[in-house]
Design a binder for this molecule. Sequence first.
Ligand SMILES: [Zn+2]
Ligand SMILES: [Zn+2]
Length: 270
Amino acid sequence: MIPDDTPTITPILFCDYHTHPQGHRVQDYTEALLQPWIDSARAKGIIDIAFTDHDRYHAGVDFDELDRLREKNPDVKVRAGIELDNDPKTSAAGRKWIEQNWERLDFVLGSVHYLSRVDQMFDSVPDGAQQFTGRDIDDVYSDYFRRVREMAASGLVDCLAHLDLVKIHGHRPRAPVTKLIEETLDLIRARNLALELSTAGWRKPVNELYPSDEIITLAIEKRIPFTIASDAHSWAQLGENYERLAKKMRAFGVREICMFEKHKRIAQRL
Ligand SMILES: [Zn+2]
Ligand SMILES: [Zn+2]
């Protein structure tokens, strides 16, 4: 049964806080690269968008180009962001770049893409699934969430992306992970960070929103704010499955999302 205070209208989702204009290589920020993203956003009713390319491609980010884009598109809020991960090879340089450009960045996502293998993101589909072969899945989960907590404690992120990415290939823990999740969410709360609701999980083998229903329930209890995102790697993917996400948020009674400006959180009621 839907509780009385659940909104009866499905919320309209008007922002996307995880996008990759550069895709998976360094591409300089230019009008030709970025304007199609703004056009696509506008066409989908998205009026607040954060560009969050991977920190290993930070060389492509151009803050002046983002300023020009803002001037040309006053109806769409454009946020300068980055997705910092735990790449053993590149993240030291990424962290340094974030520190140097902190004032010009609106938003930093924190992600864990690496487990014990240093040369492959475990979330590569399908090859990354090999990293789980022969391993105790419960150990993998606790290792993964330990790395998430490290990222949350880094002091360099505003929000955690795809919090349970470890499920991407469909591997499920054998024992309940509630304690692990609680510990991680308590840290996120203590650090006053946001948590991303990402539709990307629906296009991956696991075919499930990031994060799981259990995590959403606990995050609501702990009053952790949410961002919403598609993790689009092309402008066509912006806002992907947002109607489905909106229904889910309605079912959970999530009535507030947040945006960021110069790392300051802006809450918006839906
Ligand atoms: Zn990611
Ligand atoms: Zn991403």
